[in-house]
Design a protein around this ligand. Structure first.
Ligand code: NAD
Ligand code: LMR
Length: 331
């Protein structure tokens, strides 16, 4: 059997909580395929390099046949060199009492330098997933730094919000998660996000015909999904990690392999669809074709209430963009 050429996969913040849950499945073939060898290129801050060395030892100790090499470094250009896929996780997480906006200035700076480094050294076709919060605007910042790599290669993660919504809906309807389709998150990965249940289906039927408790859908359901990150921080004392890593795996897996027509939530660069300002990185229902190109699903009908909810999230993204404008000036 012919062996595939190894791909290079960069992960930043690799010694952190999410990093620790993310890199082992990548090495095991859960993201890029059970026949796809990988070289992992792990980036950390200098202060976390000793911890990262320990993680590297554990990775090697798993003896994964697909893991060709591991490069642990605190140098961005070494980490992103020729990378085919990049997970930008490294950044500060929110702690109790903070909103995601509080992270904007601190974390935003990271994505200026990393956006430039990616543009200089990564593969032109690289697929970049930003997980570090506030992930939409961080992805926007990084995408603004590129001259060579197309901006549309930068995406941000709302798949965790989709997975959270699916879990709530499947429990309410008493059906398997796999029975629910056409459920997508719109807008920002923040409490303004809108998990659109009005277009979703359960076993092919409109979801709202199966779940008729509209008070729950418009109330407890939306609130639970929108505030889930905060609830986890309050309960765990730390932000979500395993579920976030799992959502990153889902996002990159589907972007890499295609979705065969199924909708997935991805925060992608807006082409003006649904009146969203061009260039903003916002979540839409997307499909991914067999060539690994994503497409914003067109023709989705949103009623006035849903439109208002999406607009509130877009307005928040515009505020975030205005907030980081100074950071981008002269960067
Ligand atoms: P963590 O603190 O456990 O780990 C972050 C790691 O990043 C640390 O090891 C730190 O040393 C490293 N780091 C910081 N700055 C870096 C830099 N410039 N370059 C390389 N590495 C750097 O945090 P975590 O729990 O793994 O969360 C990481 C990020 O993911 C946070 O911003 C968090 O808010 C975000 N997050 C996003 C989602 C989502 O759905 N989009 C979900 C959960 C968490
Ligand atoms: C989450 O949704 O769990 C993360 O974005 C963490 C947070 O700050 O809410």
């Amino acid at each position: 059997m012919a062996t595939k050429k190894p791909i290079r996969v960069a992960v930043t913040g690799a010694a952190g909580q999410i990093g620790y849950s993310l890199i082992f499945p990548i090495a095991a073939g859960d993201v890029f395929g059970k026949d796809q060898p990988v070289i992992l290129q792990l980036l950390e801050l200098p202060i976390a390099l000793t911890g990262l060395k320990g993680v590297e030892m554990e990775l090697r100790d798993c003896g994964h046949a697909l893991l060709v090499d591991v490069i642990s470094t605190d140098d961005e250009r070494t980490a992103f060199k020729d990378a085919d896929a990049i997970f930008l996780v490294g950044s500060k997480p929110r702690v109790a009492g903070m909103e995601r906006g509080d992270l904007l200035k601190d974390n935003g700076r990271i994505f200026i330098g990393q956006g430039k480094a990616i543009d200089e050294v990564a593969a032109e076709t690289c697929k970049v997933l930003v997980v570090g919060n506030p992930c939409n605007t961080n992805a926007f910042i990084a995408s603004q730094m590129t001259k060579r790599i197309p901006r549309r290669n930068f995406t941000a993660m709302t798949r965790l919000d989709q997975n959270r919504a699916l879990a709530q809906l499947s429990q309410k309807a008493g059906v398997a998660v796999t029975e629910i389709t056409d459920l997508a998150v719109w807008g920002n990965h923040s409490p303004t996000m809108y998990p659109d249940f009005t277009n979703a289906k359960i076993s092919g039927r409109p979801l709202t015909e199966v779940i008729t408790d509209t008070e729950w859908l418009n109330g407890a359901f939306l609130k639970t999904v929108q505030q889930r990150g905060k609830a986890i921080i309050e309960a765990r004392g730390k932000s979500s990690a395993a579920s976030a890593a799992w959502a990153a795996i889902d996002h990159m897996h589907d972007w890499w392999h295609g979705t065969n027509g199924a909708w997935v939530s991805m925060a992608v660069i807006s082409d003006g669809s649904y009146g969203t300002p061009e260039g903003l990185i916002t979540s839409f229902p997307c499909t991914v074709d067999a060539n690994g190109q994503y497409h914003i699903v067109q023709g989705v009908v949103l009623d006035a209430t849903a439109q208002g909810r999406v607009q509130a999230s877009i307005d928040e993204l515009l505020e975030e963009r205005a907030f980081v404008a100074e950071l981008l000036t002269g960067a």
